[in-house]
Design a protein around this ligand. Structure first.
Ligand SMILES: *Cc1c(COP(=O)(O)O)cnc(C)c1O
Length: 411
């Protein structure tokens, strides 16, 4: 495989024109869209417009005039087709962490007599932390978190389990679960399933309705490119929506928020999963960012993501200087989501050295270098250039410079 071959792949890429929808800094190779999606070009204009004309010009009348009040639902409906959800089941609000608290409590309420939340020990920490917090709040007689190794999940589905809490794509390795299989298995044991789609929504086709999923949450700022701290989304299957209330009974989830009644009455349907006032500027950024997905075929996105991962893995394997990197992702592209991860004893320093050369990947403690591919803007040539750079950095050992060992607050 030569640089010319790689450029030919870019020329033949059916998604190649999508890159122009993003405002990427020239000369930067960005391989971290799995942590923070790049800025879609129209978002900055939209934010200025909303601030000046709507907030600045129309002031509070914008809640009606510009439909600010309906944004959580409208943006939810824009996300729905990306995750295989029919209308009326997705809203955008809060963070994944907060939404997990709502949904786990809700799921426990639907399962009288069952008190266990079953999860995976290497799940993303905030998912486990929220379950631990809920266990403390409700006490272990009403909620108990059991986290097991992936291989023990099936055995863990006992008749004490109320809800299975899983992240679709492992944030370290990029391995992903068979959603259909695990959801079916859990249901056969009377267990509800909550999927965290943080590293899959926008990166691959997802079929929540077809898999008969009960609940899901997902991230606005990763593959959906909604900007730092973008609001998250919640999916609740229609069949469950009116069966209980969620615990964060704020006014935006009330049946009639502007009646200012002193008693809480949940809104019907998905609206009851809202809590407080939507963060309008952040909502507008996410709303605009989602337009990038217009007419995008997620099968094509998936195909390119597999090809980018395979290219990276193949190039790594041919460089003797990179022999110290150990693949922690599945070898087979069809078992891997849109990232590839390697361990290296100096992963942190190498990641920092790459950043000074304008190539951005990320590091996950204790020793993982994670390389994310966003098929809408990552080029095959970017992967090639990245492998060239990392090979140079490793062979010259420039990463041993002490300046690359200074740990920043955010890694
Ligand atoms: C990024 C990510 C989150 C983020 O949670 P927030 O509360 O929105 O900050 C949660 N879970 C997983 C699996 C993630 O990858």
């Amino acid at each position: 495989m030569s640089l010319n071959d790689v450029r030919e792949l870019d020329r033949r890429d059916p998604l190649r024109l999508k890159r122009a929808d993003f405002a990427l800094p020239p000369g930067t190779i960005y391989l971290d869209g799995n942590s923070l999606g790049a800025l879609p070009a129209n978002v900055a204009t939209r934010l200025v417009e909303v601030a000046q004309t709507q907030w600045g010009g129309d002031l509070i009348t914008s809640w009606n005039k510009h439909n600010w009040i309906d944004m959580p639902v409208q943006i939810g409906e824009k996300i729905a087709p990306l995750i295989g959800a029919a209308p009326g089941q997705v809203v955008v609000c809060d963070t994944i962490s907060v939404n997990l608290f709502k949904l786990l409590t809700f799921a426990l309420a639907l399962q009288p007599g069952r008190t266990t939340i079953l999860s995976q020990a290497d799940n993303f920490p905030t998912d486990l932390y929220i379950a631990q917090g809920l266990e403390q709040t409700l006490t272990s007689s009403r909620c108990k978190l059991v986290s097991v190794a992936e291989s023990d999940l099936t055995d863990g589905l006992t008749d004490e389990v109320a809800v299975l809490l899983l992240t679709h794509v492992n944030f370290r390795s990029g391995a992903f679960h068979d959603m259909q299989k695990l959801t079916d298995l859990a249901h056969r044991k009377g267990v509800l399933v909550l999927w965290d789609l943080a590293h899959s929504a926008g990166a691959m086709p997802i079929h929540l309705d077809a898999c008969h999923v009960d609940f899901a949450v997902g991230c606005g700022y990763k593959y959906l490119n909604g900007g730092p701290g973008a609001p998250a989304f919640v999916y609740v299957a229609t069949r469950h929506q009116n069966a209980a209330v969620q615990p964060l009974t704020g006014w935006m989830g009330h049946a009639d928020p502007f009646a200012f009644d002193s008693a809480y009455l949940p809104a019907p349907g998905i609206l009851k999963f809202l809590c407080g006032t939507p963060s309008v500027l952040a909502m507008c950024a996410l709303d605009e960012a989602l337009n990038v997905f217009n007419a995008v075929d997620l099968q094509q996105v998936r195909k390119k993501s597999e090809a980018l991962g395979d290219l990276c893995r193949t190039l790594f394997a041919t460089r003797v200087d990179l022999a110290e990197f150990q693949l922690v992702s599945p070898i087979e592209a069809h078992n891997r989501a849109s990232q590839i991860a390697y361990t290296h004893p100096h992963a942190y320093q190498i990641c920092q050295a790459l950043i000074t050369e304008n190539t951005i990947t990320d590091f996950r403690a204790p020793d993982i270098l994670r390389i994310g591919f966003t098929p809408l803007y990552t080029r095959y040539e970017d992967v090639w250039m990245f492998v060239e750079q990392i090979t140079r950095i490793v062979s010259t050992r420039v990463y041993l410079d002490p300046k690359y060992s200074i740990r920043a607050k955010v890694t």
